[in-house]
Design a protein around this ligand. Structure first.
Ligand code: ADP
Ligand code: ZN
Ligand code: ZN
Length: 746
């Protein structure tokens, strides 16, 4: 049991690195826990201050006679700081790592930023007095003063900028006017606004019957005290966003606040405007492209009660609202809701914790819910709501599955099936737009030798390199480039070539096939700058191109009324992933893509090109049949014992030395095997799927079990063992991270 506590005096990120060490008095020895609020004597005068325990240790860097004792524990504090800390403690318990690390995650603002202000000039004298003053002044000598007073006769207050710029009045003149008691000059706090305000505020829409029923039932259930999370399964275009807006309006009218999570990639101007139009400047955004000052100000506005609604990716969960009443997670199946950095939390789980604590509603929405969430509705843990029709009776598109093996047999060696190419031609004639995407997940763009099978790998990462138009081979993980070998390094054969299936290549092929087509390409290479993404999409929306060609990123959440054809090239590439999610990902991608065609009055068509035309992920996506897909997928997960029927924990060891990581993983596996009570089955230690990345070796240790609490115990044992091993060998250079229910394979 530790005798020393690290205490931070203030919850602010800049102070997290400077905890103070205190001794723990005997009477608190058994009671004190990380995360507790304590009173401590501070400074020369030993004034009592409030602090938070962030760690408990056996040793201290200073001798005991230089240390003070903690005075007492403050029970039951519920201020914002206490709640933030409780959240961090919960994250640490559930996802591993340190409390400080968890606090860095839940405090979205890095440091206190300068507050911006502007000066406001306020009239202090009666207009009559100003009129008399103006009449008494010599217009030649005091022209500026007269301009100022005349303006103030008309308006009671004016911004200083405006007076200086537009009226050409100097600071000296303002000083005099202040001294004479005609005006006061006040400093007013001004917030950095992340989105330009639009003048167009829209009227409330009237929900259709189906939408209204969902809103009513969610609110009624809440009023009955049923706070189970709600999952809205609504086909694309069914008006989920309208339902969110209505729920938010209700909650805000009760004086509470709303958090809306949307994937960063669909945080577009279009989406934001729908919220701004309804809630004006009571809504704001948090996302990675905001400047530090902008982030700080949104945080401050939320804390000071000047915001009701925040929209953003997963980190928006950490906005310090006084009384959040609803949390919405749109496109809840998106992978980006899982953090890939320690603590590796899932926004859905953190939101569920926060909603329960705050007695708030949690509403998830998707056209293709994650198997996990849908499973919870079947177990009555979540409530299920469906929106089955598209708003305005828009039809779901007709979907064709094209077997590319059959195309080849009948002599078509191109990358477009005959059906897709004739449909593209048709669209060009009608002046309608097409979207073509390549499923790049798991695609092979590698260079291999056709004689001996040698594959060119990155020297720093155990992944294959891909050929780019600059003639060089690129590693997509670390950015390493090198020239393409002319002869096979292994056998000397000259038949070493690229397996090309990239967007660049497709673009040049398309140009040959449709010389008059205007083509936009969107992939990692054309969206390197922060505005590229918006620029390409709005140019396409404005009808500046006939075809938008890209990777799966073009599929996500955009509305293009003139798009009536969507083509999925190489739809089944993601079926080859060595990951139990691969069918789910493929289904989601294709079903979402199908939702992009024909959203307005014009009916849409979708072509899925595949080498696996019978696979259930493909046939059921083509039929827009989520329920059947869920049934099939769940029976596979049950058979193979994968989540959601169990939980998984991956322990990830990173080291600069291959042996050291393997060794450390072995020691921890041993400790787990000799744990008390039920011992779960361990897989590994084994080299990770990508065994080496950026010169770091990766070793995995995998556990599965139905009971998540058991996996938490495994994590605790691993952390304790790791601390002991580090103590014995301070030079050991192995880092351990935990990933519960991973969304990507390691
Ligand atoms: P989803 O989020 O389910 O894909 P949206 O909320 O984006 O669907 O709705 C699709 C389109 O239908 C949008 O253009 C939206 O403005 C319109 N819409 C949906 N419901 C209504 C409604 N009740 N009144 C007017 N327009 C609606
Ligand atoms: Zn070879
Ligand atoms: Zn590399």
């Amino acid at each position: 049991m530790g005798r020393y506590a690290s205490v931070i005096i203030d919850i602010a990120l800049e102070k997290l690195d400077k905890p103070f060490t205190y001794m723990i008095p005997d009477e608190l020895m058994d009671r004190l826990e990380e995360g507790m609020e304590v009173s401590i004597p501070f400074g020369r005068g030993n004034t009592l201050r409030k602090g938070y325990v962030v760690a408990i240790n056996d040793r201290a860097a200073l001798p005991d006679d230089k240390l003070k004792y903690i005075s007492s524990v403050n029970e039951g504090s519920v201020n914002i700081e206490g709640r933030t800390l409780a959240l961090a403690a919960w994250m640490k318990k559930n996802y591993g790592g340190t409390l400080i690390g968890a606090m860095r995650t839940v405090l979205p603002v890095k440091k206190k930023m300068k507050e911006l202000t502007f000066k406001l000039i306020k009239r202090q004298a009666q207009p009559e007095r100003l009129i008399r003053e103006v009449q008494g002044l010599n217009p030649l000598r005091y022209a500026a003063r007269i301009r100022l007073y005349k303006a103030l006769i008309l308006s009671e207050e004016l911004p200083e900028d405006m007076i200086k710029d537009k009226l050409n009045v100097s600071a000296a003149v303002l000083k005099t006017a202040q001294k004479d008691g005609f005006i006061t000059i006040e400093s007013i706090r001004r917030y950095r606004a992340p989105v330009a305000k639009s003048g167009r505020y829209s009227e409330k829409t009237t929900l259709n019957e189906e939408q209204q029923a969902v809103v009513d039932e969610i609110l009624n259930a809440r009023d009955r005290g049923d706070l189970r999370p709600a999952l809205i399964h609504g086909v694309t275009g069914s008006g989920k966003t309208e339902v969110y807006l209505e729920l938010i309006e209700k909650v805000v009218s009760e004086g509470r606040q709303a958090i809306v999570l949307i994937p960063e990639i669909s945080l577009t101007f279009q989406t934001l405007m729908r919220f701004y139009a309804r809630f004006k400047d009571r809504v704001s955004v948090m996302h990675s492209k905001l400047s530090e000052g902008e982030r700080y100000d949104q945080y401050e506005r939320a804390k000071n009660g000047e915001l009701d609604i925040i929209i953003g990716p997963r980190s928006a969960l950490f906005i310090p609202f006084a009384d959040p009443g609803i949390i919405i997670i749109d496109e809840e199946h998106e992978l980006s809701y899982k953090s890939e950095k320690m603590p590796k939390y899932h926004a859905r789980e953190v939101a569920a914790y926060l909603a329960e604590r705050e007695k708030a509603l949690l509403v998830l929405g998707s056209a293709t819910p994650s198997i996990e969430s849908y499973h919870k509705t079947q177990e009555d843990e979540y409530r299920l709501f469906s929106l089955k029709t598209r708003y305005g009776k828009a039809e779901l598109p007709k979907v064709y599955i094209e077997d590319m093996r059959a195309e080849l047999k009948s002599g078509n060696k191109g990358f477009l099936s005959r059906r897709l190419s004739s449909l593209i031609t048709e669209r060009m004639l009608k002046g309608e737009q097409s979207m073509l995407f390549i499923n790049r997940r798991g695609i092979a763009g590698f260079i291999s030798c056709r004689s001996c099978g040698f594959v060119v790998n990155c020297p720093h990462c155990s992944v294959s390199m891909t050929e780019h138009r600059d003639g060089l081979l690129h590693c997509h993980y670390c950015g390493h480039t090198q020239p393409k070998p002319k002869l096979c390094p292994k056998c000397g054969s000259k038949y070493i070539a690229g397996f090309k299936a990239g967007t660049e290549k497709m673009e040049s092929e398309l140009k040959k096939l449709y010389p008059s087509a205007r083509i936009l390409r969107m992939d990692a290479d054309t969206t390197k700058n922060k505005d590229d993404y918006d620029r390409i999409l709005s140019s396409f929306a404005d009808g500046e191109a006939d075809i938008l060609l890209g990777t799966q990123m073009i599929v996500k959440g955009h509305d293009f009324p003139n798009v009536t054809l969507v083509g999925a090239l190489a739809a089944d590439m993601s079926l080859n992933l060595s990951d139990y999610h691969s069918a789910e990902r493929t289904f989601q991608l294709l079903a979402q893509a199908a939702g992009r065609a024909g959203r307005a009055q014009k009916p849409g068509e979708v072509v899925i090109q595949t080498y696996n035309p019978e696979h259930y992920a493909i046939t059921l996506a083509a039929q827009h049949d989520y329920e059947s897909f869920y049934e099939q997928e769940l029976s596979y997960r049950e058979l193979a014992d994968f989540p959601p029927v169990c939980h998984m924990l991956t322990m990830q060891f990173y080291s600069s030395d291959a042996e050291a990581g393997m060794e450390r993983a072995g020691r921890i596996a041993q400790a787990i095997s000799s744990m008390e009570g039920e011992v779960p089955e361990l897989i590994g230690p084994a080299e990770a799927l990508i065994g080496k990345l950026k010169d770091t070796y990766r070793t995995g240790l995998y556990v599965r079990h139905k009971d998540i609490a058991l996996l938490h115990r495994v994590k605790d044992i691993a952390e304790e063992t790791e601390a002991e091993l580090n103590m014995m060998d301070a030079s050991a250079d192995v880092m351990l991270q935990f990933d519960f229910d991973p969304v990507n394979s390691f």
